[in-house]
Write a protein that binds this ligand. Sequence first.
Ligand code: DAT
Ligand code: MG
Length: 151
Amino acid sequence: FQLERTFIAIKPDGVQRGLISEIMSRFERKGFKLVAIKITVPSKDFAQKHYHDLKTRAFFDVLCDVFSSGPVIAMVWEGEGVIKYGRKLIGATDPQKSEPGTIRGDLAVVVGRNIIHGSDGPETAKDEINLWFKPEELVNYSSNAEKWLYG
Ligand code: DAT
Ligand code: MG
């Protein structure tokens, strides 16, 4: 039995603004478990792969330019309901519409600089984890907190 996993990335704007630990702590304190992490500057080609679903959108090129403009923190987080709840922690795509208390609501202002990415469903989570990480980069371990989180 393995809990659900999702792909989360802190985008270059989040990294440059010094928000790495602030963002990671929200996932960690909730009770989700970090199973993979790296810092990397994605190429534009890789950014286009990551965002391939959006290739017909007018903002696609700018989106991929910004995404490949500096270091990204790529992560896999694990836990019950982490895909859907991760999106809740992140907030709406447009920070103007994100609720206070969410990452984008608290920490971002405009849609083009919304600091974080999270998979939007089980299929994209699987695809994005496979795109960003080799299987051996995912660390299987049990955390001491699990029995207190899940009973
Ligand atoms: P999300 O990141 O919430 O999953 P998405 O997958 O629809 O949102 O879009 C990916 C990113 O593209 C989003 O985080 C910011 C950018 N984006 C989305 N809609 C946009 C728009 N209307 N104008 C500019 N950038 C946009
Ligand atoms: Mg998306």
